[in-house]
Design a protein. Structure first.
Length: 235
């Protein structure tokens, strides 16, 4: 059975024909009795055991990481924390996050103009933020409602805020008026009494512009504020 010899001084593996250690120069023949000898089969057994220990260590580390990740994901993706992130994105005007968190009644993402208008409202109206929080945490909100839409990582329920649009009435003395909200032309239906109804207006601070004939107010831009409490003001 083969034997492996090591230098008693520096520990380097030796070759049988060597009389002096190639590493430290010690006389091997004079110190032969001190030369460390390990049988090859024992060395292999030692390596195998060490390999098993290493695998167990790696496996244990992975288990710990998975447990920590699972606990952290469970905490991060709770319903309460998702609501907090939705509210935070609105309050800070994070348009990208708002687009992922806010949908209309048909399940479509809100437009950039609607998102900016909503962020502007929350920025200037503290009651709006409180009203949104109250509606999202209740069973039924007036405009904002929490809806479960799909899964996160295939396991955690994903929640989005469903936003209901409103219908507002605009009074004008302009003939054949054309109305624009945030620069986009909207359909305004005449109720035969000089009032015009505009549908699908999302909560927020919008810019309302009316163009028409025979009116001194034509082409003037007004401030349209639609609150989460289903109220609106035109200034």
């Amino acid at each position: 059975m083969d034997e492996v010899k090591f230098c008693p001084n520096c520990g380097i593996q030796l070759i049988d024909v060597e009389k002096f250690c190639a590493e430290c120069g010690i006389n091997i023949t004079e110190n032969f009795e001190e030369v460390k000898v390990v049988k090859n089969d024992e060395k292999k057994r030692f390596k195998i055991n060490l390999g098993k220990y290493g695998k167990l260590k790696v496996f244990g580390t992975l288990v710990i990481l998975l447990v920590v990740f699972g606990v952290g994901s469970n905490w991060y993706n709770t319903k309460e924390h998702q609501v907090q992130r939705i509210e935070s994105s609105i309050a800070h005007g994070y348009t990208k996050q708002m687009r992922n968190n806010l949908i209309d009644l048909s399940g479509k993402k809100l437009s950039n103009s609607d998102l900016k208008a909503l962020a502007e409202l929350v920025k200037h109206d503290k009651n709006a933020k409180k009203s949104i929080h109250k509606q999202l945490t209740s069973k039924k909100g007036e405009i904002f409602n929490l809806r479960e839409k799909g899964k996160i990582m295939g396991f955690f329920p994903r929640y989005q805020a469903e936003v209901t649009s409103m219908c507002i009435t605009v009074e004008t003395d302009a003939a054949y008026p054309l109305m624009y909200v945030d620069g986009k032309k909207v359909v305004a239906e005449d109720d035969y009494y000089g009032d015009y109804e505009i549908n699908r207006i999302m909560p927020g601070i919008h810019k309302l512009k009316i163009k028409g004939l025979f009116s001194r107010y034509s082409d003037q831009e007004s401030k349209l504020t639609v609150t989460p409490d289903m109220k609106y003001i035109i200034e």
